[in-house]
Design a protein around this ligand. Structure first.
Ligand code: HEM
Length: 511
């Protein structure tokens, strides 16, 4: 097909405009437009994979064919796909020039005006209000009172599977664990999803699935209000969001009453309330001028951003360790040596060096989310002299950057030691955007320390007490939503480790 000149990238990308016909036509052409960006020739089977499956896999294939930047016009959408650290750095650091775009569109039904998708002044003000709540004293209290407690509960539950020999879906268990953790850490609310079913938990999952489904829907019919009232999936999603919002509103109101009645105010730099160390309590005690709805939406942003992401990190780290027995025994030896049979404290964590590197390496191989989305607000020139027009959607494939042989040696291999054990925690700055699991620039994850501590504690307690192996003949394939997850679960046989019989007594007496 001859190259097709097009200027459709100058317009705001919209799924319900005739632009998508242009995009579709463009997807069938090969070559370059005046932006210098090569156009990927998406085949029909790849496009269907893009819509229903693991989005990042065809993006990786095209990177190998078209290089570290290419234009993808798949059906109604047109994206510039970036797999190069320098270009990613440029886009992520220049927040004023690049907004969240599509992410905000697909998750607004749940986040409302929450700061994870807000822009401009609202985002600046709310991020500034929330960040101080995640201070060091809060984290050290939460390690002990929430991370350890919840992980110990998981281990107790797994002991039953160990005894009766039943296979256990670790992905599901890690997801429940991280929901319990984030509920307690944010609002001092115990979902208790590890051991009970409740309508609120179902609602959280329904809403998360809806956000995932929206990100790959071909036609965004849910933008039309009237349709949301009659389509069963939308009715279900709306009910779920109503229930979640009501639950969080009740928690806010209850907490507000307590704070008011006690006349509580933040009176020290790293303030933590002894009876309720939650972020909600901190935010209310800080007496920031904020409406209950904004507070609700900010907390919901954190609930969603902090739940499935950390669950997925644990899932894939357990998977990688189950495939690499020598790394698993190294991690277990370290945990036994450092912890001597007890649960970790905040101070112990810096000594769990190898285990931490396993989590870093897992985040490299399985970043969540695997792609970051931005939309250009103004015309810009990317490093390498690639031009983008206002309205251009950009996909930064973190997965591609983390798997690129141009960026990493033995990129596809799990090598925890590739990050110096005695070196700093790898991040976007000290790797010059080669390692960006928490993004970078002004909209970087605010929960990175929280998430790393949570994952280290949960993994340490898991490997301390459990041996585990993959159920044979499982086809572990990847799929995506907001995170990389398995298509059918991660089933394992677990058995209790013999080396730690002293633990049960020591851990229960120490808490
Ligand atoms: C943003 C990853 C855990 C709260 C982000 C972003 C990434 C990310 C990549 C930036 C998205 C972008 O640039 O478009 C992760 C991973 C986690 C994790 C991999 C677990 C391992 C958490 C936790 C919390 C949290 C535990 C809350 C306690 C947030 C919030 C934002 C965010 C609120 C939006 C920040 C903003 O837009 O200003 N996260 N996250 N995340 N994350 Fe996390």
């Amino acid at each position: 097909k001859p190259e097709k000149p097009t200027n459709n990238t100058t317009k705001q990308s919209s799924w319900v405009s005739p632009d998508w016909l242009t995009s579709l036509a463009q997807s069938l052409s090969i070559g370059k437009d005046d932006s210098n960006i090569p156009i990927a020739n998406a085949k029909l089977e790849d496009v269907s994979e893009l819509l229903g499956g693991a989005l990042f896999l065809p993006l990786f294939k095209w990177m190998q064919e078209y290089g570290p930047i290419y234009r993808l016009a798949a059906g109604p959408r047109n994206f510039v796909v970036v797999s190069d650290p320098a270009i990613a750095k440029h886009v992520l650091r220049n927040y004023g020039k690049y907004a969240k775009g599509l992410v905000a569109e697909v998750s607004e039904f749940l986040f409302g005006s929450g700061f994870a998708i807000a822009e401009g002044q609202l985002w600046t003000v709310r991020r500034r209000a929330v960040v101080p709540s995640l201070h060091k004293t809060y984290l050290s209290v939460i390690v002990d009172r929430v991370f350890c407690k919840c992980a110990e509960r998981l281990v107790e539950k797994l002991k039953t599977n160990a005894l009766n020999g039943s296979a256990v879906n670790m992905e599901e268990n890690f997801s429940q664990l991280t929901l319990d953790v984030i509920g307690l850490a944010l609002f001092n609310y115990n979902f208790d999803s590890l051991t009970t079913d409740s309508p609120v938990i179902d609602a959280v999952y329904t809403a998360l699935k809806e956000a995932e489904a929206r990100s790959t829907d071909l036609l965004p019919y849910w933008k039309i209000n009237a349709l949301c009232k009659i389509i069963p999936r939308q009715i279900k999603a709306e009910k779920a969001v109503t229930l979640i919002r009501k639950t969080v509103e009740e928690l806010i109101n209850k907490c507000k009453e307590i704070v008011e009645s006690e006349g509580e105010r933040i009176d020290e730099e790293e303030y933590v309330n002894e009876t309720d160390p939650s972020i909600l309590r901190f935010l209310l005690a800080s007496r920031e001028e904020v409406s209950s709805i904004q507070l609700r939406d900010d907390l919901l942003s954190m609930l969603v951003a902090g739940h499935e992401t950390t669950g997925s990190v644990l899932t894939w780290t357990a998977y990688l360790l189950s495939k690499d027995p020598s790394s698993l025994s190294k991690a277990q030896e370290e945990v036994d040596r450092v912890l001597q049979g007890r649960s970790p404290t905040y101070e112990d964590i810096k000594n769990l060096k190898f285990l931490t590197r396993c989590i870093n390496e897992s985040l490299r191989l399985y970043p969540h989310p695997p792609v970051l989305l931005r939309r250009a607000q103004v015309a810009d020139v990317l490093p390498g002299n690639y031009k983008v027009n206002p309205g251009q959607d950009i996909m930064i494939s973190v997965y591609n950057i983390h798997h690129s042989p141009q960026v990493w040696d033995r990129a596809e291999v799990f090598v925890p030691e590739r990050f110096d054990l005695d070196g700093p925690m790898p991040n976007e700055t000290n790797t010059d955007f080669r390692f960006i699991p928490f993004s970078g620039g002004p909209r970087k994850c605010i929960g990175d320390q929280f998430a790393l501590l949570e994952a280290i504690v949960a993994l340490a307690i898991f490997v301390q007490h459990m041996d585990f192996e993959l159920l044979p003949d499982q086809n572990i394939s990847m799929t995506t939503g907001a995170t990389i997850h398995t298509e059918n679960g991660l089933y394992m046989k677990v058995s209790q480790r013999q080396t730690n019989s002293a633990f049960a007594a020591s851990s229960s007496s120490s808490r």
